[in-house]
Design a protein around this ligand. Structure first.
Ligand code: FES
Length: 80
């Protein structure tokens, strides 16, 4: 198991998570709630932006390896 520090913006909350842990679960542990809809990766209600500029759907995503700390920005400009 590999631990990663996950830093959530804009709330500035950092928690420790394991690589592969569901992102929604980690956000929940940080006391944050990510809005969700379909929970299947198609509505993009749960979209977050990572520190490397990529965005992903939190509902179907796990903590990736390779970024430590991993920055997760919960505020993403809706493009839909
Ligand atoms: S809840 Fe719809 S894409 Fe995640």
């Amino acid at each position: 198991m590999m631990s990663v520090k996950v830093h959530f913006l804009p709330d500035n909350v950092t928690v420790t998570a394991e690589v592969g842990e569901p992102l929604l679960q980690v956000a929940d542990r940080a006391g944050l709630s990510i809005p969700t809809g379909c929970m299947m990766g198609s509505c993009h209600a749960c979209e977050v932006e990572l520190g490397d500029g990529s965005s992903l759907c939190a509902c179907i995503s796990a903590i990736p390896a390779g970024q430590n700390p991993l920055v997760v920005n919960l505020y993403v400009d809706p493009t839909w």
